[in-house]
Design a binder for this molecule. Sequence first.
Ligand code: EPU
Length: 438
Amino acid sequence: MDKIVIEGGLPLHGEVPIAGAKNAALPILIATLVAPGEHRFTNVPDLVDVSSMLSLLGRIGCPSLGHKGDVRLDTSRVSFCEAPYDLVRKMRASVLALGPLLARCGEAHVSLPGGCAIGVRPIDQHLVGLEALGAEVELSGGYVHARAPRGLRGGRIVLDVPTVTGTENILMAAVTAKGESVIENAAREPEITDLVKFLRSLGAHIEGDGTSTLRIQGRTSLSPAAQPHRILPDRIEAGTYMVAGAITGGDVTVTRVDPRDLVPVIEKLRAAGCDVEVGTDRVRVRRTGGIRPVDVTTRPHPGFPTDMQAQLMALTTLAEGRSVITETIFENRFMHVPELTRLGADIAVEGNRAVVTGVEGLTGATVMATDLRASASLVLCGLAAQGRTEVLRLYHLDRGYEALVEKLQAIGARVERVPDDLRERMAAPAAHRMTESA
Ligand code: EPU
């Protein structure tokens, strides 16, 4: 398996073009099931999770073609209404097949995703929502079996928590249900707004996106849009490169972004002493002075995103003082802490709070990624650390960061991706070779 090798300590400078958002592409690709026919997309990120979603659609009977962010997907026929365990186990977001399959076929059989490194992650709210639309739901053999033989009908759902994929699942089922549906305490993430925009382009009638109440008038038939849908920019990828500029004391501009979706990250970077300039589709982050400590509490959108918690923690490891980071979304999202400690960080975890006491400097080490955003925090600290850092278990990063190594190299990072078995060969001349490639 590959690993990333970083020779840290260099300030990064330059522009990073941001890809389409993983967490928008995943629900939008599977949402095509509700409108039989050929769909076209642009700005689809080249990620393992996206390939997994297209494989799932292929298994269902919907072939796709993709080239450089452009994807064509044909949902004219559905031959299989199941998301099997071998696919769901690779990608939890396969659970997003539940709502659209139910809407399209009147039944859906989706393997239960189970927990993951960041928490238990139940899907009870998805199921309560689908039941409110008239589905009969049964759990057996590790699968959710949902059936609506006489079709779905509108219903009112008050979510216990504003779950992102839960809101998406219920929304995708409701667009062709008979009558009106209302989802209260809905999630308000920008990726949901992008899904609503896509569903509207198919003819769906939805009001309230960006608020916590979604109102849907079901339509009997939806059809593919005439124009391709452009996936919105990935605010988490953008935030990660913004922190890369900040943590290395560099000057990094993320381009092709929507700065409105980056407000919570921009605020924290300013509070940490960075100079942040906001343009129409770009954000520039510079740091010349020290890093000020910042306290952060993760919240559903428009609060500070849990998907940026590990990266912001990376920055605070080098702050001049103590920061408190509180995680309120997932119960186990501090798995990066022991690895950051291996790089020299001083972090004490008490329940859902991490107290980070800034240190003068980090030093390179071999570290192991546990989940996607944890992996990003290790790369960020590796970029700021003196010496060589190796980040193992790259499959997490491949799930969510398109061309990570290439994008970092383009802004001056000494970073390479190498097969793990080249460890011995790389060991001695690594610094020299990586300087040449930077
Ligand atoms: N929850 C329930 N019951 C449910 C669903 C959720 O109790 O039925 C709880 C969860 O356990 C959690 C909270 O609600 O404590 C929020 O979870 P949510 O359902 O919103 O998370 P998700 O939809 O499974 C999406 C993103 C995650 C991101 C979270 C929170 C996708 C494909 N995934 O997950 O992205 O962290 O929302 O914003 O959209 C990532 O990209 O690295 C990632 C993990």
